[in-house]
Design a protein around this ligand. Structure first.
Ligand SMILES: *Cc1c(COP(=O)(O)O)cnc(C)c1O
Length: 431
């Protein structure tokens, strides 16, 4: 598969290069030069999750990795289901939180780890993964790479702005995983990561690699669960499907639109955000005007400069899909809480991110349409908020309970590139 840099179309790379580099020159995102198409979607939907996902991913990367390798990668990465759960007539939750860190980022994180291991299998140099997280990416990346030889992981997160449980989930591992609490916002953390990638010497010295939602391998993995969702729907409900995606950096929505470009029948996507609503305002007014990031109870979506957006624009342009075909909506904390309560009263325990997607879907779903909303995290991951709103005491699933009992190992840093650079060099083996 060839990919091009969205900021410099003449820079073309292979899948292997795109996975290793993360970003192209000028911090440009990579985008596939050719999009595969599946003519017999029904046959694809008949297959089991792993077989189908291997087929889909091989259509992208089969020229670089054998079908057998891809199938082994998928098998190791997707060791947990992505079930749909009927919430009411014609409305389904797609539960993406049954992986080891109880969030959808397990799919992308684990496939990314497999991809990086596969494309660097013959290389001599160590690799350093540097990523910024607003919550769940960190856990997924840390767990996906934990204990892998020759791969160091450094994760930046905004100090005090992620839930204590989220923090416990990835800041307790040690070994090849280093976590840094930065005195700043998530956008500051992302800016530090970008600065590191701009530093050619640093990049070279430590084999810098990014593993957040900008890495193309993550998005490709995420395409697969959209197919899995549709495969589980009754056949009569597969047309007229509207999918609502709770969005922060917009990787998940990009993957959904890619799934549609491969032939998955989706009538419409909805971009659902919290009050960090740069995209909904843009879709409404045509004006790209990010504001300062605001902290919310759906903190994994507290992003005001979503870095995957250029890919969505590119894809829509290539496919001739007007941006006006995208549904959108922003939900504040108060409405999120109201929705969470309603859902609970109707028999479904959710958490703020899923509730936002449900809220916007409910407002915009026509009577003849079938709705699907993505549940991106297990409710227990946001236990404090959920218990507080619902007056519950939800139980911690085993992986959370285990990490919750372990001490935090994070370093602390100011929002200062020099300090981060020192940390990056310090985690390298002394040669
Ligand atoms: C990361 C995350 C999101 C946002 O996903 P994007 O792909 O960045 O839009 C939504 N919900 C949860 C729980 C997340 O961790």
């Amino acid at each position: 598969m060839k990919l091009y840099n969205l900021k410099q179309h003449q820079q073309q790379v292979s899948f292997g290069q795109a996975v290793r580099q993360g970003l192209g020159r000028n911090q440009g995102l990579f985008f596939p030069a050719e999009l595969p198409q599946f003519s017999d979607i029904d046959a694809l939907l008949e297959m089991d999750f792993v077989t189908r996902s291997s087929k889909i991913l091989s259509a992208f990367i089969g020229d670089e990795l054998s079908e057998e390798t891809v199938s082994q990668m998928v098998d190791s990465a997707f060791q947990f289901p992505a079930p749909i759960n009927k919430v009411k007539d014609g409305v389904y939750a797609l539960e993406l939180f049954h992986g080891p860190t109880l969030a959808f980022k397990d799919f992308g994180g684990r496939f990314m780890a497999q991809s990086l291991a596969a494309v660097t299998a013959d290389s001599e140099t160590d690799i350093t993964i540097l990523t910024a997280t607003s919550g769940d990416t960190g856990a997924a990346v840390a767990h996906a790479f934990y204990g892998m030889d020759n791969i160091k992981v450094v994760i930046l997160y905004p100090k005090g702005k992620i839930s204590p449980l989220q923090e416990k989930m990835f800041c307790t591992l040690g070994n090849n995983i280093t976590t840094v609490a930065v005195n700043g916002t998530f956008d500051d953390c992302q800016a530090l990561v970008k600065q590191a990638f701009d530093d050619a010497k640093l990049r070279e010295d430590i084999g810098l690699n990014s593993a957040n939602s900008i890495n193309i391998s993550r998005l490709m993995a995420q395409i697969c669960y959209y197919f899995e969702a549709v495969a589980q729907l009754p056949k009569a409900e597969r047309e007229q499907l509207v999918i609502s995606v709770p969005s922060g950096n917009f990787g998940n929505l990009t993957a959904g639109l890619l799934a549609k470009s491969l032939g998955l029948p989706v009538k419409r996507f909805i971009a659902a955000t919290n009050v960090n609503d740069t995209v909904p305002r843009y879709l409404k007014t045509g004006d790209w005007a990010p504001k300062a990031t605001v902290a919310t109870i759906s903190n994994a979506m507290d992003v005001s400069q979503p870095n995957n957006w250029p890919r969505i624009e590119e894809l829509c342009q290539l496919k001739g899909w007007g941006l006006n075909q995208l549904g959108y909506g922003a939900v504040d904390d108060q409405q999120t809480a109201v929705t969470l309560k309603q859902m609970y009263a109707d028999g479904y325990l959710c958490e703020p991110h899923g509730a936002i997607a449900y809220n916007v879907l409910e407002q915009q779903l026509a009577a003849d349409e079938i709705g699907l909303f993505l549940c991106t995290a297990h409710p227990a991951k946001f236990k404090d908020v959920v218990d507080d709103i619902l007056a519950t005491d939800i139980e911690l699933p085993v992986p959370l309970a285990k990490h919750n009992a372990m001490p935090l190992l994070s370093l602390e840093s100011n929002n200062d590139f020099t300090a981060i650079k020192d940390i990056l060099y310090s985690v390298q083996p002394t040669k």
